[in-house]
Design a protein around this ligand. Structure first.
Ligand SMILES: [Cu+2]
Length: 507
């Protein structure tokens, strides 16, 4: 695109009159908005002569009769406004504010986000097919940039971008009619467009079909975006935007709802067994296409690309940059279901990870959990024909030294893939077990991590991890052995864990 040389101009022109600035920036966006003249007219009209917009409005209405006026309910992710229970069209007033604000990107990492409504993603808008929307876009007086909005639900040039172009401390108004039902992305389209989107300026607008959507128990709003920072993932402090990484499409963060952990730990989505869940999932980009997947669930229904086509029984659905999908499923068994971009390094190394916590009764016929665990000997038949004996009873460690030795193979087979054979882990992904202050403070934590799994924020040697360790299915003896091995390896300070201790921890 031809727009990327503009950010350097911004700081220089910022002191000129608002109108000159508007015009200069509009020129930069010629590819998106139609021209400078029109922008000027719009801006002036909004500032000085608001009634002229009312006139247009009443003219529209005289064609189709007066519509009742309703103020839109806007919600922040992951909440979704309530379903529409009207069976008639309305004039829906939407008031949004663009705000530039420093917020948490990850623990210890701040970022200056540009937002609709002060958060990323922007507020969810829910209207009905056939509604007329009166859109008010205000740009907070403290903003440094002008902003606008391009709603993909709009039929009309720029999706509203030209008409909504707004300098700091101003409000624009424009109207549109929602002709097509579907789930649509909205975003800022002010030059440099990529930078406004990369900084968080996107959200979703749902145009419910006239007949409405089917009733479900839970609805959630999830939106993916990619972020580009000067420092690499997790580097502390206030991180500036990195244009080079953005152009080469090499993000440091790929996130659901604007920050690492926005949907994990206390922020996890919730549902009960037997409920139907609908996820409105958008992708703001600016660059990446999402392979959206929920680990352990199958989407019973997907409205492909947020449109009318229903697909059924889907594992992973593509969500293009600037696109959306509606996914629906019924929860059948309790547990943690992990939302990921299945371009999987993004999930485990760049933050694109969320959790849906489902509570309720087990159903062992749908999902049993591990029912058996036994030694597998591919050459077993041959062995038997020679020895012709029953498999030897499982060896039990007779003393601490044996426990350590036996624990090593348990470790190599069950832990090393993540925590590494060296016990040093992988920075930002898997915490170290060597000299881990977290573990050494209380070895029971290791027992618990193995038998119950571990997720949420923990700090290990000053580094924060906010990831997921799945429970490892091992019997009491093996858990005792592996923890004892860990405690006595890599310079750790010793100790022994017994199967009795493990058994007690299972309760
Ligand atoms: Cu913007």
């Amino acid at each position: 695109m031809l727009l990327f040389n503009h950010p350097s101009n911004h700081s220089k022109v910022i002191n000129y009159s608002k109108l000159t600035l508007a015009c200069l920036l509009a020129l930069g966006t010629l590819a998106i908005i139609t021209g400078c003249d029109k922008t000027n007219t719009d801006t002036t009209a909004t500032n000085a002569a608001e009634p002229s917009i009312d006139k247009t409005t009443s003219k529209d209405n005289s064609e189709e009769g007066e519509l009742p006026i309703i103020d839109a309910v806007l919600t922040y992710a992951p909440e979704v406004p309530p379903p529409i229970d009207r069976d008639y069209s309305a004039k829906v007033r939407v008031k949004m504010e663009t705000v530039e604000t420093v917020m948490r990107l990850a623990d210890g990492v701040d970022y200056e986000f540009w937002t609709f409504g002060g958060q990323v993603p922007g507020q969810f808008i829910r209207i009905r097919e056939g509604d007329e929307v009166e859109f008010h876009l205000s740009n907070h007086p403290d903003s440094k940039m002008p902003h606008n909005i391009d709603l993909h639900a709009v039929t009309g040039p720029g999706g509203g971008a030209t008409s909504s172009f707004t300098t700091p401390g101003h409000t624009s108004e424009f109207n549109f009619k929602a002709l097509n039902p579907g789930l649509y992305v909205y975003h800022c389209a002010t030059a440099p467009v990529g930078m406004h989107i990369a900084n968080g300026m996107y959200g979703l607008i749902l145009v419910e079909p006239k007949e409405g959507l089917s009733k479900v128990d839970r609805e959630y709003y999830v939106m993916q975006g990619d972020f580009y920072t000067k420092g690499s993932y997790g580097q502390q402090g206030l991180q500036p935007f990195d244009m080079d990484k953005a152009i080469s499409e090499n993000p440091d963060y790929v996130l659901f709802n604007g920050s690492v952990g926005a949907l994990t730990g206390d922020n996890a989505l919730k549902a009960n067994v037997g409920e139907t869940v609908r996820l409105f999932v958008g992708n703001g980009g600016p660059n990446l296409v999402s392979s959206f997947h929920v680990i352990g669930e199958i989407f019973d229904k997907v409205y492909v690309n947020g449109g009318t086509t229903e697909n059924h029984n889907v594992q992973t659905t593509l969500i293009p940059s600037g696109g959306a999908a509606i996914t629906e499923f019924k929860t059948d068994v309790p547990g943690e279901y992990i939302l990921v971009d299945h371009s999987i390094f993004r999930a485990f190394n760049k933050g694109a990870l969320g959790i849906l916590q489902v509570e309720g009764k087990e159903n062992k016929r749908i999902y049993s959990g591990k029912t058996k665990y036994r030694v597998y000997l591919p050459e077993g038949a041959a062995t038997q024909s020679i020895a012709n004996t029953k498999p030897a009873p499982q060896k039990v460690a007779a003393n601490k030294q044996q426990r350590i030795e036996m624990g090593k193979s348990v470790y190599d087979n069950n832990c090393a893939a993540c925590h590494q054979p060296t016990g040093l882990g992988i920075p930002k992904a898997f915490p170290p077990l060597a000299n881990s202050d977290y573990l050494l403070k209380d070895p029971n934590r290791a027992i618990s991590a193995i038998i119950h799994g571990l997720n949420g924020k923990i700090t290990v040697n000053g580094e924060v991890y906010d990831s997921v360790m799945p429970a490892v299915a091992l019997d009491d003896e093996r858990v005792a052995n592996v923890v004892t091995y860990v405690l006595n390896t890599w310079g750790n300070n010793g100790g022994e864990v017994t199967p009795t201790q493990v058994k007690a921890a299972r309760k």
